[in-house]
Design a protein around this ligand. Structure first.
Ligand SMILES: *Cc1c(COP(=O)(O)O)cnc(C)c1O
Length: 396
């Protein structure tokens, strides 16, 4: 056990440590510039190339690029025919876009609790949230930790529910030895800078169902029967048809060009994050009762986010710890708030989700990026461990 005399005293000097930072180098710059120089900047050849790269990484036959993961989730609802009068089970402990996608479809989100160890919804917590109107479930691989999808799919089969996997944070994570998304009928990924593979804004739907892939392709471009790119390459005039009401959810070729480079780096990015996670796990092991994100038995995380959960007897609140970190020039974040407690969802029947609420209160997300050094991580750990051992020294 650490005693006060052994605690390292971090200085308030030193460079500022960012929360996160994309892993870009000259190659992304060159690729984006080449897309601009080509004169074709909207959805075109580079989007097709990026889709092939992601399909290969996720090991699925079809990947359809869209403008964001939020757009992908919305199209999941549309593709499964979710609409007014339907209920969709979602975790409250997720980025608000998960529940918003349900609202876009005119359906009602019903919030489920999560498992206290890995912070994901499970077949058991979903079962508690089912109503006679439940039509679908959005299962989230929170912060890159793979959700246990097989029991969720089994429950869904039994109850006739559709399952969308919100794998926004989880590209490069594995579930039962295969990439997250492989076994999903519909998985949605994000390429926002807060995630790992970054295109600025961007998303992807992956599926092994050709009909679903075709429908999503059509829905992302106004319901058109033929893409602008294909029409451009036809010798004869093409009359497109608008087969249904679609959306403008296209990715640009500039974003996709960056994505192709990033896809080539995914394995290095994930292995670097797993190294950084192992260092944090070791450095933080001195605080009794402090829990950190770890791999579940059924898979490996890409550690998109490194969370810690402060023990209930930690001497300061998570907000106070964030302020102390900030005074030491370290940027960290509070854990995601529970959607069911946000004003945007105050019209829904009130629910109590004790596990999610406890996690939201006690979690702190620590900085992690590829150029982070062991010294940087030591500075972070010194504040977290030091505040536990000698809070008066760290309080203002
Ligand atoms: C980031 C995130 C989203 C939204 O992704 P965008 O690409 O920004 O739309 C959705 N769900 C979860 C779980 C996320 O973390």
């Amino acid at each position: 056990m650490t005693t006060t005399s052994q605690v390292r005293r971090p200085t308030r000097g030193g460079h500022e440590i960012a929360m996160t930072q994309p892993w870009f180098d000259e190659r992304e710059v060159v690729a984006a510039a080449a897309a601009v120089q080509s004169g074709w900047v909207s959805q075109g050849a580079r989007v097709i190339e990026f889709e092939a790269a992601v399909a290969a990484l996720v090991q699925v036959p079809y990947a359809v690029a869209v403008s964001s993961c939020t757009a992908a989730l919305h199209l999941g609802m549309v593709a499964y025919g979710i609409g007014p009068g339907d209920d969709v089970v979602v975790p409250s402990l997720s980025f608000v876009a998960t529940a918003n996608a349900v609202r876009y479809a005119g359906a009602r989100p019903v919030f489920a609790d999560v498992d206290p160890r890995h912070h994901n919804i499970t077949a058991a917590t979903i079962e508690q949230a089912l109503t006679p109107a439940t039509k679908a479930v959005i299962a989230v691989d929170q912060y890159g930790t793979p959700a246990d999808m097989e029991p969720i799919r089994a429950l869904a089969r039994e109850r006739g529910l559709s399952v969308v996997e919100d794998a926004a944070c989880a590209i490069g994570s594995t579930y039962r030895g295969r990439p997250v998304g492989t076994g999903s009928d519909f998985a949605a990924f994000s390429f926002h800078p807060r995630k790992i593979l970054v295109t600025g804004e961007g998303g992807m739907v992956t599926t092994s169902d050709p009909g679903l892939a075709e429908r999503v392709r059509r829905l992302r471009q106004h319901g058109m029967s033929v893409s602008t790119f294909d029409r451009h390459h036809e010798q004869r005039p093409v009359h497109e048809q608008y087969l249904e009401t679609g959306y403008n959810y296209r990715l640009t070729d500039i974003q996709a060009a960056i994505g192709v480079v990033q896809a080539g780096k995914l394995h290095s990015m994930v292995s670097r994050r797993r190294e950084l996670a192992a260092v944090y796990q070791e450095l933080l092991s001195g605080v009794p009762g402090l829990r950190t994100v770890t791999d579940p038995e059924h898979g490996e995380s890409n550690y998109q986010t490194f969370w810690v959960m402060l023990p209930d007897d930690y001497p300061v609140s998570s907000d106070e710890l964030l302020a102390i970190l900030k005074r030491h020039r370290i940027n960290a974040r509070h854990g995601i708030p529970c959607a069911h407690q946000e004003p945007a969802f105050s019209d829904l029947d009130p629910v109590t989700l004790p596990v999610s609420e406890h996690i939201a209160r006690q979690s702190v997300l620590l900085p992690m990026f590829h150029t982070m050094t062991r010294e940087d991580q030591q500075r972070v750990a010194d504040v977290v461990c030091g505040t536990w051992a000698d809070p008066d020294h760290f309080r203002e």
